[in-house]
Design a protein around this ligand. Structure first.
Ligand SMILES: [Zn+2]
Length: 308
């Protein structure tokens, strides 16, 4: 026998579209509950935490309990108290003690704000140190534009320690003007007219890629397309992808997290920078990479035990 599933799946951000739909907890606060045999109309999906059902407020009745329900309520209250107790410091949390997860738009159970911050900082430092011990080349280019016939104007790369491996301005072989791009990065034809073209540096860039284990960049495949180097077998990390998830701005249209620009990412990690020069971009990417990567992987319940 198949049971007909007649609720829809939605994301938390879509709830505003359905003002008449409430969770049981919300209904209870209004002294209401779904009528007997009324099925939920929607399931709200959250990434890390439990999903929950919504009910139509038109199909509710006044909140009353029989004995079985009273016992259930008792059990839930006990569980609730457990959830409100920090597993680390054992303190029963008030609203102000709780950790609010911006990404998932909810308060966390079993962990207080203080303990969360402590555990986060402790593991973040260790994680960053380990990650930056890897053999990384973090690179960025500035170009005359976004099309395939556009050319490189500046190439910069730094290693795990933040030391500059290459930082060169390049004169395009074909393009003579790129006004729109100048508006973004400020590199003018005048500025590069005495420079060598990118082909002169290509072997050096290939060598830098060959010597690295991990290639890091912000929207890194854009840069790799322009560099025309071989990066087969290398681990490629696009910080833009990682940060999109960390930042967590959901697009209902794409059913995915929206990409954020490097300026947003840098400011999220309190890294001050303005210019759109490829060396500055490479440095900002280098700074954000281990932090975003840590946030991408960090889940407090890996350290304090799973939710029950
Ligand atoms: Zn605590």
């Amino acid at each position: 026998m198949t049971r007909k599933i007649n609720f829809i799946n939605i994301y938390p951000s879509e709830r505003e579209k359905y003002p008449n739909w409430y969770s049981k907890t919300e209904l209870k606060k209004m002294k209401l509950m779904p009528k007997i045999n009324v099925k939920p109309v929607a399931l709200v999906n959250r990434k890390h935490y439990d999903s929950y059902y919504l009910y139509d407020i038109e199909k509710t009745t006044e909140f009353k309990l029989n004995n079985k329900q009273k016992n259930e309520l008792k059990r839930r209250r006990k569980l609730n108290k457990e959830k409100r107790t920090c597993r680390v410091c054992k303190k029963v949390m008030q609203e102000k003690d709780r950790y609010y997860d911006q990404r998932e738009e909810c308060f966390l159970d079993y962990i207080c704000k203080n303990c969360y911050d402590k555990i986060y900082k402790q593991h973040q430092e260790e994680y960053i140190n380990n990650l930056m011990n890897e053999n990384i080349t973090c690179l960025d280019v500035e170009t005359t534009g976004l099309d395939s016939d556009d050319e490189i104007l500046q190439i910069s790369a730094i290693n795990s320690k933040g030391e500059i491996l290459i930082n060169e301005f390049c004169r395009p072989e074909f393009k003579t003007a790129w006004e729109e791009a100048t508006w973004i990065h400020g590199i003018t034809p005048e500025q590069v007219k005495e420079c060598k073209s990118y082909v002169f540096y290509k072997d050096k860039v290939q060598k830098l890629i060959d010597e690295a284990d991990v290639i890091v960049g912000y929207n890194v495949y854009f840069d790799l397309d322009f560099l025309k180097c071989n990066y087969e077998g290398k681990k490629i990390v696009d910080v833009m992808n990682i940060f999109a998830y960390v930042y967590g701005e959901w697009s209902n249209y794409y059913k995915n997290y929206k990409w954020q620009n490097l300026i947003n990412c840098a400011s999220y990690y309190n890294y001050e920078f303005e210019s759109h020069n490829s060396l500055d971009d490479a440095c900002a990417t280098w700074y954000c990479y281990p932090r975003a990567s840590f946030d991408y992987n960090f889940n407090i319940y890996d350290y304090i035990g799973r939710e029950k």
